[in-house]
Design a protein around this ligand. Structure first.
Ligand SMILES: C[S@@+](CC[C@H](N)C(=O)[O-])C[C@H]1O[C@@H](n2cnc3c(N)ncnc32)[C@H](O)[C@@H]1O
Length: 257
């Protein structure tokens, strides 16, 4: 039976305790912290996900679809992982899926990677609050991952491709770091309007603060068409791969040969 994470069961109440919503001051203090996970001040300050981390976290915890059960059934058709499996989540943001899966499956090890130190800081706080020690977070570039080839049994990415400049490169990195026989599950929004809500809101906030120029993110999300999603995952020689649509999301499930 699937274990239900308290955070996933009650996102708003959990968010209040783990990620206080009215903590603008806390977000400011993260930004002011000297520990940026190795990022330069420019790298930190030119990302909306960094400057307005609290806003994205609120959307993730309260508004977006929770695909946890769909992920589990897709990557582990037998119901769950084998002990010792290694899972990586690319562009993990505030660690919604990384923490949720590490909490449910204590016998696996999970690493969430993202380039935003503030998102990673929230993710680590969440893991600490859940009392899990099988989940770590690392600053990394999904277009040039620091992990060797054939490192992971499972790879997840949610809402990542919409914000990336080079999606083929990201899919090539996914393929490279997976072990032979390993699987990846990707969830992407299909509609630009819905996908853009966090970006548009962050840009609006940027416009009324002194941080208004020079962010690297586009003004709205570029979503993939059904054909583009299928073609993108055909760029790597998966043993098996499929893409499909359900409501507002595209999904891809691929297995490396
Ligand atoms: C739209 S958020 C998705 C977060 C989370 N996966 C979710 O489901 O809500 C995209 C995340 O990708 C991260 N990101 C964007 N480009 C990246 C890159 N090149 N390397 C690592 N992370 C990146 C951003 O910092 C942000 O946290």
């Amino acid at each position: 039976m699937l274990r239900t994470s308290p955070i996933l069961a009650s996102p708003l109440s959990a968010l209040k305790s783990v990620l206080p919503l009215n903590s603008r001051a806390k977000a400011e203090s993260i930004r002011a912290s000297p520990a940026f996970d190795g990022a330069t001040a420019t790298e930190v300050s030119d990302s909306l996900f960094e400057q307005f981390a609290w806003l994205y976290i609120f959307c993730r915890e309260n508004l977006f679809r929770d695909d946890t059960v769909r992920m589990i059934h897709s990557v582990w058709p037998s119901g769950g992982p084998a002990p010792g499996e290694k899972l990586i989540e690319l562009g993990c943001g505030p660690g919604f899926y990384s923490c949720g899966l590490a909490w449910r499956f204590r016998e696996i090890s999970v690493v969430g990677v993202d380039r935003s130190p503030s998102q990673l800081k929230w993710a680590r706080e969440k893991a600490r609050a859940l009392g899990i020690n099988n989940c770590t977070f690392q600053r990394d570039n999904v277009l040039d991952l620091s992990y060797p080839d054939n490192s992971f049994d499972v790879l997840l990415a949610s809402r990542l491709l919409t914000v990336l400049p080079d999606r083929e490169r990201a899919v090539a990195e996914m393929y490279r770091v997976l072990k032979p026989g390993a699987r990846c599950f990707i969830a992407e929004p299909r509609y630009a309007f819905w996908a853009s809500i966090p970006l548009i809101t962050m840009w609006l906030l940027a416009g009324i603060t002194h941080f208004k120029n020079g962010y690297r993110e586009p003004s709205k999300a570029t979503v993939l068409s059904t054909r583009e999603m299928t073609s993108l995952f055909r760029t790597q020689p998966w043993r098996r791969s499929k893409t499909w649509q359900e409501g507002r999301y595209h999904y891809a499930l691929c297995e490396k040969g």
